[in-house]
Design a protein around this ligand. Structure first.
Ligand code: NAD
Length: 472
């Protein structure tokens, strides 16, 4: 492909032409500019936190960094621990707030709220989100949208009916590195050529079931009122069939969402194996080891997409790997990992993209040459087959050199959840003119794709999706 063709390919999409432009786009988001960009500061947004366990506290910390967000209410059934801890922390940050056990009481009494952030266990999401939307509030609800499709459907319908915003917590959708990869590399430059296969995983080392401080349990009547049989089940809800969706839904939903986004398609079929290979099925009802294969038919051709989650080995951690005829992309939220490889035999030169600031080229000795000593590094690595380390000694002669490796010119100066929350608040400030990065309809499509894996495991055969299953 010559330069002209490459230029046309990139202009056709009208995407951001350089890293500088991409950076500017992010830097001028209304949230960063004090929301309006005009100097006029609108009223603060009053927020309630519903569910303040592990993730609720991550979201609270993110909110504390966002100007104009006032946390006015905290609702959590674990009064003696999570609720108390969060309330104390908010006091330190001078967020005057009330505390509640029951969300209905909170909605009844708090008349000054604008939005609710929901981070309760998955089986509560539908009821919590629908009640909050019906109360006229905007909702940010953690993934998985719901543990049932029926619940997820009710959430979409409630958002449509009330006209309120419903953002689902697939935070990678607001991660500038993911956005950059999709908009500029996959769509804009079509850097990977035709994507034909995807491979992703989330593997975690074995762990003991979650415990709790023995001096501050929830009383049995309260546990049962809110759907839990015991503290053990309350803490480890993810593993129970009535409460969560197991690792495939808990972890896989983040990544299957990326498959659908980057491929701009929903799957046509899925086949899966799921077994309990390590834990005790009495305490771990969902399979701890799941491997699934999706088939997609995208606008650019067929794609086969593998996904695995293993809960007894952290091998390889978590990432998504998109494989195309001209290159491949490995991306992860973990450590901002991103590796882009050019297929030397089929891809046109990528120097243009490096010169335009779209990619960083990493040299073979893996010194961060652009940041540090580009010239010196290029001199050292003149021959791609000789790896000369910083000592100057020639250590290794590679018979088969690895493919050229590239990185992104996009830095991450905030935590991923903060950016997704900022997108939600921007949408509120702009009266919906700023689009949500993961509205209910998108969350629903992901829920359909992910929940079907557990069905395929049960069925023990390949299951198909009809296109209209993804729509409401
Ligand atoms: N986006 C992400 O990266 C991410 C990461 C972790 C968890 N999550 C999601 O966040 C949600 C919460 O997960 P977690 O790890 O914080 O769980 P958790 O068990 O640590 O916290 C849940 C909290 O909700 C409270 N709660 C339970 N039922 C309630 C009810 N009916 N009313 C009010 N409070 C109630 C509990 O007391 C607890 O404090 C889940 O949906 C999970 O999938 C998302």
């Amino acid at each position: 492909m010559d330069n002209q063709q490459t230029k046309e390919r990139i202009d056709r999409r009208g995407f951001l032409h350089s890293a500088a432009a991409a950076g500017a786009g992010l830097a001028f988001s209304p949230m960063v500019l004090g929301r309006t960009g005009t100097g006029k500061k609108p009223d603060d947004i009053n927020v309630a936190l519903l569910g303040v366990g592990e993730q609720g506290q991550v979201l609270m910390s993110a909110c504390l960094k966002i100007p104009g967000i006032r946390i006015r209410a905290v609702c959590d059934i674990w009064t003696a621990y999570n609720q108390k801890r969060v309330s104390r922390m908010l006091g330190k940050y001078r967020h005057e707030h009330n505390t509640y056990v029951d969300h209905k009481e909170m909605l009844d009494k708090e008349k000054d709220l604008d939005a609710v952030i929901i981070a309760t266990p998955d089986f509560w999401h539908a009821e919590h989100a629908v009640d909050c939307l019906n109360a006229g509030l905007h909702v940010y609800c953690e993934k998985e949208m719901s543990n049932t499709l029926e619940g997820a459907r009710k959430m979409v319908l409630a958002a449509k009916r009330t006209g309120k915003l419903l953002q689902i917590g697939h935070q990678r959708r607001s991660n500038p590195r993911y956005v950059f990869c999709y908009e500029n590399l996959i769509e804009g430059a079509e850097l990977l050529g035709q994507i034909t296969a995807v491979n992703g995983q989330w593997n975690r080392r074995a762990s003991e079931p979650l415990g709790w401080p023995k001096n501050s349990p929830i009383d049995q009547a309260t546990l049962e009122k809110y759907g839990y049989t015991s503290m053990q089940q309350f803490k480890n809800w993810r593993w129970y069939k009535a409460l969560g969706g197991g690792p495939m839904v808990d972890l896989g939903s983040h990544q299957i969402d990326i498959y659908n986004w980057f491929l701009q398609a929903n799957p046509k079929s899925v086949i899966a194996s799921g077994r309990t290979n390590f834990y005790n099925q009495k305490t771990h009802e969902w399979p701890d080891t799941v491997m699934a294969i999706y088939e997609y038919e995208t606008a650019r051709g067929n794609v086969t997409a593998f996904y695995q989650t293993v809960s007894s080995s952290g091998s390889g951690g978590y990432f998504e790997n998109f494989m195309g005829s001209e290159g491949s992309l490995i991306i992860s939220e973990s450590g901002n990992r991103c590796e882009i490889y050019r297929d030397e035999r089929t891809a046109p030169e990528w120097d243009k993209w490096v010169n335009d600031g779209l990619l960083y080229k990493q040299c073979e000795c893996e010194i961060d040459c652009l940041e540090k000593a580009k010239k010196e590094c290029i001199e050292k690595c003149g021959c791609p087959q000789i790896v000369e380390r910083q000592t100057g000694a020639i250590l290794d002669v590679r018979e088969s050199p690895p493919p050229p490796k590239y990185d992104l010119p996009v830095a991450m100066n905030k935590k991923p959840h903060q950016m997704h929350l900022e997108n939600f608040f921007d949408a509120i400030y702009s009266d919906g003119k700023t689009a949500l990065n993961c509205p209910a309809e998108i969350g629903y499509e992901t829920a359909v794709a992910v929940l079907r894996v557990n069905e395929a495991v049960e069925a023990g055969r390949k299951l198909s999706f009809k296109p209209d299953e993804f729509k409401i």
